[in-house]
Design a protein around this ligand. Structure first.
Ligand code: ADP
Length: 249
């Protein structure tokens, strides 16, 4: 059975999750309307230029791209909606990461090493293991993409004591933190600003631009937070932070 603090946190989290879902839905409806508008104008232009097969092909292709994105966005929303019933477990990030390690190595691919360094005093927290695994995998794959000629990704856990609130992290609170660090290409400030925007990608055809949005939502669904530090040419560090459920810490 969960302790009183954990139970209170779980209730708080349920309310918070609804707020996150509400926020997401609002943002997504807005993006969806833009997509429909783009599809509409692509089709209208194809109609107007019906006599020019080359133009028609271009406009239809643009409309189709909008359509594909719309389908992707819908799938994302459905995936979250399906996860209404969070499978929340009280546990330790180290255990989750240990059992998920082979998948992280697989996700990193053959040219990138994954170094797992697990801290010894990580407080227990509440987590949905499936959401957690998928978030960490997403981060590892982004780190891999940032190091096209190979390198090392460090996945570490640590106990983080926040004595007073800062703009990006409430406190006083003790957090269990998982950090994914790469020394890849890093992000320019204007990329960092847009990193959670749906469909924002610098990877052209290969990118979907929904990975980081997904990670943010996955963390927030269970009351966690995400923090990013990145510098162009130096690398990127992403922290996922989950409040401790141990009142004595
Ligand atoms: P995608 O990976 O499909 O592009 P994401 O939402 O996961 O979509 O990421 C959006 C953008 O953020 C990426 O295209 C990339 O420019 C930047 N980004 C994310 N993670 C990293 C990282 N570890 N290093 C450098 N850039 C990153």
């Amino acid at each position: 059975p969960l302790g009183a603090r954990a139970a209170a946190q779980q209730r708080e989290r349920a309310t918070h999750r609804l707020a996150v879902l509400g926020e997401m839905t609002g943002g997504i409806a807005h993006d969806f309307r833009n997509l429909l508008a783009a599809i509409g104008s692509g089709l209208r232009l194809a109609e107007i230029r019906a006599e020019e097969p080359e133009s028609v092909r271009t406009y239809i292709a643009a409309a189709r791209q909008g359509l594909d994105r719309g389908i992707e966005l819908t799938s994302l929303v459905l995936a979250f909606a399906k996860h209404q019933e969070l499978e929340i477990h009280a546990g330790n990030l180290n255990e989750f990461l240990r059992s998920f390690e082979p998948f992280l190595r697989y996700g990193a691919g053959p040219d990138v090493r994954v170094k797992l360094e697990l801290g010894s005093d990580i407080p227990n927290c509440l987590i949905d293991p499936a959401l957690f695994d998928s978030a960490v995998l997403n981060l590892v794959m982004n780190a891999r993409d940032a190091m096209p000629s190979g390198g090392e990704i460090r996945v570490t856990t640590e106990r983080l004591v926040q004595t007073a609130p800062t703009p990006d992290l409430p406190g006083p609170e003790t957090y269990a933190c998982v950090r994914v660090k790469d020394d890849g290409c890093g992000m320019a400030p204007e990329v960092l600003r847009k990193v959670f925007d749906p469909f924002f990608t610098t990877k052209g055809e290969k990118g979907t631009g929904i990975g980081m949005l997904q990670v943010q939502a996955l963390a927030q669904m269970v009351g966690g937070r995400i923090r990013i530090k990145s510098e162009r040419g130096i690398g990127t560090t992403v922290d996922l932070l989950f409040p401790s459920i141990q009142a004595d810490l």
